[in-house]
Design a protein around this ligand. Structure first.
Ligand code: GTP
Ligand code: MG
Length: 196
């Protein structure tokens, strides 16, 4: 497993001209507000609070670029599906996300995060279909695994697999920031699958 040495918050951006150089591959984390995108990034880089998290949805409102040893950037996206903000604000976030996802030439993977406890929403399905259509692998991380009992794990994974139409069971990775179970799978996707 690749041992991360020096993760930094390299850049916070909204507009394309604010993005960092496209000289390093990027992997973006997409998903609903509060699903655990920022927490997953902290868990991967082994820092408690490099990415800001919150128990309330709508914490991340910008594109946050985390540089890992100049090898890879993890990109924390604003969440979608957060009802308690104005339409115009939501449109702004959606635009920020879409602009990034559709224009970034060094984007290597987009990983979709869903909460393991709930059936994915239509927004999740739309995002997943976009990810597949864009030619990415279609990895899904099912977050907050610690919140369901072991005996219910397979049933929950089945619901997610069916709703999203996940083609290969290796694409779906249940994860918990509490136990870090399956961190090696995520690390492999990020650091070993690199198309060099
Ligand atoms: P936005 O920035 O609003 O889009 O949310 P986000 O997807 O970045 O979620 P964030 O990482 O801020 O996490 C939301 C809440 O879920 C926080 O209270 C986290 O502590 C909690 N959380 C994230 N992952 C896990 C997990 O694996 N287990 C448990 N128990 N809680 C988690
Ligand atoms: Mg966040």
């Amino acid at each position: 497993m690749y041992k991360i040495k020096n993760p930094t918050l390299e850049k916070i951006a909204v507009e394309v001209k604010q993005y960092p150089d496209s000289n390093i591959d990027e992997v973006a984390m997409a998903g609903r507000s509060n699903v655990g995108k920022s927490s997953l990034i902290n868990s991967i880089v082994n820092r408690r609070a490099l990415a800001r998290t919150s128990s309330k949805p709508g914490k991340t409102r910008t594109l946050n670029f985390y540089n890992i040893d100049d090898k890879l950037r993890l990109v924390d996206l604003p969440g979608y599906g957060y009802a308690s903000v104005s339409h115009s604000e939501r449109d702004k976030w959606a635009q920020t996300i879409n602009r990034y996802l559709t224009s970034r030439e060094n984007l290597r993977e987009v990983i979709l995060l869903v909460d393991i406890r709930h059936e994915p929403t239509n927004d999740d399905l739309e995002m997943y279909q976009w990810i597949l259509d864009a030619g990415f692998s279609g990895y899904v991380v099912a977050t907050k695994m610690d919140k369901i009992g072991k005996s219910r794990l397979q049933q929950h994974l089945k619901v997610i697999t069916q709703k999203l139409g996940i083609k290969d069971r290796d694409l779906l990775i249940p994860y918990s920031t509490q136990t870090k179970q399956n961190i090696e799978k995520i690390s492999y996707i990020l650091f070993n699958e690199k198309n060099e």
